[in-house]
Design a protein around this ligand. Structure first.
Ligand SMILES: [Fe+2]
Ligand SMILES: [Fe+2]
Length: 139
């Protein structure tokens, strides 16, 4: 059974902001669908569709997360480091779309690792830091 502090899929840590936790769950659900779909190999129509959905959802999610972080007493330096990490992920999304459009050969595992970095590693290493600034933690 999943621990109380974890989301069930991909062992994502719960941040403690319901909207953000829900968006993380939706994003990783899409990723799990991509991993489970035998037709979603790099360059396939299904793959392009799922990556397009992930990119659009990430863009919206990052905007929400950044607005919430701005409302918290997070130091400017940490906030700007986090926003830069989001921007770097969006650049990689754009590069992946460009690679798909130009039929640049990439291995499935290379692409899966890239998306995993955006959706799983970022939450585990960077989003978790938001927890320290939640009202319940500051007393
Ligand atoms: Fe983030
Ligand atoms: Fe996030």
């Amino acid at each position: 059974m999943a621990q109380e502090t974890q989301l069930t899929n991909l062992g994502l840590l719960r941040i403690g902001i319901p909207q953000i936790d829900e968006e993380h769950r939706e994003l990783t659900d899409r990723f799990e669908r991509l991993l489970a779909d035998p037709d979603a190999s790099y360059g396939s129509e299904t793959f392009v569709t799922i990556v397009t959905q992930i990119t659009a959802s990430l863009r919206v999610h990052f905007n929400h997360e950044e607005a919430i972080m701005r409302s918290l007493p997070m130091p400017d330096e940490e906030l700007s480091r986090h926003i830069k990490a989001h921007d770097a992920i969006l650049v990689e999304c754009f590069q992946l779309h460009e690679a798909m459009m130009l039929d640049v050969p990439m291995s499935q595992s290379e692409v899966v690792l890239m998306i995993e970095r955006w959706l799983v590693n970022h939450v585990r290493t960077t989003d978790v830091k938001i927890r320290a600034y939640l009202p319940s933690k500051i007393k």
